[in-house]
Design a binder for this molecule. Structure first.
Ligand code: M6R
Length: 611
């Protein structure tokens, strides 16, 4: 949520900052702003409501702002509506302290009241203006930026990545983070700061991941890190191995379409990384076979699509590894008082590794002494760093707000973990274990086959584009795919949809079925197919337009169903990996046909770092 970029070096700052912000626009896009300080430290600020292109226009691509040091921001509104006034950067009254911020200052109200009593006035609804003026207050009190920032950190509650310019320190940026991401880079050409690596990857691959409460000062001469006591600390950088192009559209119409098509490669990379010479090797997780044997139950938690991966995994783990599993929405789980005995494994799934609720759930579990395993895509992210073990998915940077390839990679991670549990606990035969491993190797090709039927799905989407309501139904893993399909559709097409366990529909929701309501049935679980077909027939009898997505071998589909899409046969435990592709394409084409901004759907942001 919100993206920040900073640059201090020997080149004009504003064009670099705007370029960086374009790579972060997935994080928020309701307003944007940039501040640049010249050689005397005088700071110019330009802000605009709307997407970044408005700011580009206003600043002539940054050329209207002169100076070698600056900060910029693209916003996803939390406090106050999207407007120029609420856009960042914010400043003190004489523009000598200017800041951008990503996160939420939870105690901003009492702090604001306190600052008002000390003579400060406020002109926006944001917590960031409070943060800026708090820094200003301590700067005036102690006359020193590092002290001002550490005092700020001691007095605020919440999450922040904060970057500040001080007029009296031309050419320097001071920054700090807590629970909101911030990466730092340095090259001959200067120092960079950003919410995410793609924003600065063009300039450097050497990235420092900052920890909570680390302060950093950036200038053309280098980057220096400090702790809250303002003592200098040494940090190692990580060399990023993926290319800047991986985070570019590369000729595709949208990032989402590109990322959908990257799924065979992503699945192949993740499978091949952990499965070689016929052996499944999860040694990277640092969990002994004994541990896999002794674990009494598994709790899987995450938000949105990551949570949906957990729902798929629950069916598989319980079926093949015979271990009790519960799946919890992280925003609920973090505030529950679960009954635990210390023999659970908590698996936190997150693409970004920064989702506030998932991170909080992880911390809650760690505090209770429960072992945690993170399935994360972004290297060095908070969840990855704080979990006891990490399974890094190999999806590469995912830019589109609607997740596709990261979801697919997370499924693979869960399949492998389930296989490991099953093998160690000897709950499946050696033969079946080998068969499942072989099936994993075949998934990329099968995903390619599903992608090959995209024209058919596009045509279907064009026939369905005026639908007001869509229902996705299925049983077992097909239900898990239904909830993901429904989220994908809502998120980018803005068509209302619901996902139901097929047997549950008649307990109330079937009253919503009218003439022409689209009901999409998913039929990949052979033992449950007949049951779901009966439920679909019940909706057809009430006027529904029924379409189904079935495996190659699924039999008994009534002729009265209006459309049948097929996916290749796979082991039924893995069918989510194929079924979801059709549904992603369906949502994608509907979004395009309805003229929506596919990659940046309204009201959303990619990385949800607020509660
Ligand atoms: O980064 P995370 O995986 O933790 O994000 C979780 C959800 O915010 C995310 O999956 C969201 O639901 C997607 N936009 C769905 O496409």
């Amino acid at each position: 949520m919100c993206g920040i970029v900073g640059y201090a070096g020997n080149r004009q700052a504003a064009p670099i900052i705007l370029d960086g912000l374009t790579k972060l626009e997935y994080r928020g896009y309701d307003s944007a702003g940039v501040a640049v300080s010249d050689k005397n430290g005088d700071i110019d600020i330009i802000k605009a409501k709307g997407k970044l292109k408005v700011l580009y226009g206003l600043t002539d691509g940054g050329n209207k702002l002169n100076g070698l040091c600056g900060i910029g921001h693209t916003r996803w509104a939390t406090h106050g509506e999207p407007s120029e006034n609420n856009a960042h950067p914010h400043c003190n009254d004489d523009k000598t302290v200017v800041a951008v911020h990503n996160g939420i200052i939870e105690n901003f109200s009492p702090l604001k009241a306190k600052l008002m009593r000390r003579g400060y006035s406020f002109y926006s609804d944001t917590d960031t203006e409070v943060a800026t003026k708090l820094v200003d207050y301590y700067y005036k009190k102690y006359g020193e930026p590092l002290r001002a920032i550490s005092e700020f950190a001691l007095h605020v509650r919440g999450a922040y990545a904060l970057a500040v310019l001080f007029k009296e320190f031309p050419g320097k940026i001071f920054a700090i983070r807590k629970d909101s991401p911030m990466v730092i880079g340095y090259t001959d050409g200067g120092a960079f700061l950003a919410s995410d690596v793609p924003a600065i990857l063009k300039y450097t691959r050497n990235i420092y991941y900052t920890d909570n409460h680390e302060i950093v000062s950036l200038s053309n001469d280098g980057v220096v890190f400090y702790n809250l006591d303002r003592e200098e600390i040494r940090k190692e950088y990580t060399v990023i191995s993926w290319d800047a192009e991986a985070a570019e559209k590369g000729g595709w119409e949208h990032f989402m379409l590109k990322e959908i098509h990257e799924q065979p490669a992503v699945v192949r990379n993740t499978v091949n990384y952990f499965l070689h010479d016929g052996k499944l090797d999860l040694s990277e997780l640092n969990l002994s076979d004994e541990y896999f044997k002794d674990t009494e139950s598994i709790i899987i938690t995450g938000c949105g699509s990551a949570y949906h991966v957990g729902v798929v995994a629950q069916y598989i783990l319980e079926d093949i590894a015979r271990i009790p599993v519960r799946v919890e929405i992280a925003s609920e789980f973090r505030y529950r008082k679960p009954v635990l005995n210390g023999k659970e494994l908590v698996i936190v799934i997150s693409q970004s590794g920064e989702t506030a609720d998932s991170l909080a759930a992880l911390r809650e579990m760690k505090e209770q002494g429960i072992r945690t395993l993170a399935i994360v895509n972004v290297l060095g992210s908070s969840i990855a760093r704080e979990a006891d073990s990490v399974f890094y998915t190999k999806a590469g940077p995912e830019i589109s707000v609607a997740t596709t390839k990261a979801y697919s990679a997370q499924l693979i991670a869960m399949y492998m973990i389930a296989l490991k549990f099953a093998k160690v606990r000897a709950t499946i035969s050696e033969e079946y274990y080998t068969q499942l491993k072989n099936e994993l190797l075949l998934l990329p090709e099968k995903i390619e086959t599903v992608l090959g039927s995209k024209e058919q799905i596009q045509k279907f989407a064009s026939e369905m584009m005026d639908k007001q309501d869509v229902f996705f139904i299925g049983r077992g893993i097909d239900y898990a795919v239904s909830i993901e399909s429904s989220l994908k559709l809502k998120e980018i097409s803005y068509i209302h949809s619901e996902a139901y366990a097929a047997g549950e529909l008649k307990h109330g929701t079937i009253s919503l079925i009218e003439n022409g309501t689209l009901v999409l049935g998913i039929l990949t679980q052979s033992k449950l197919t007949e049951k779901t077909i009966s439920n679909l027939v019940e909706t057809a009898s009430r006027g529904a337009y029924v379409a189904v997505l079935a495996s190659e071998n699924t039999l008994g589909i009534p002729d009265s169903f209006k459309k049948v899409f097929r996916i290749p046969q796979t082991d039924e435990h893995f069918s989510a990996s194929l079924a979801v592709i059709t549904m992603q394409l369906f949502a994608y084409y509907l979004s395009v046909l309805r003229g929506n901004d596919v990659d940046k759907p309204r009201n959303l942001a990619k990385s949800v770092t607020v509660e």
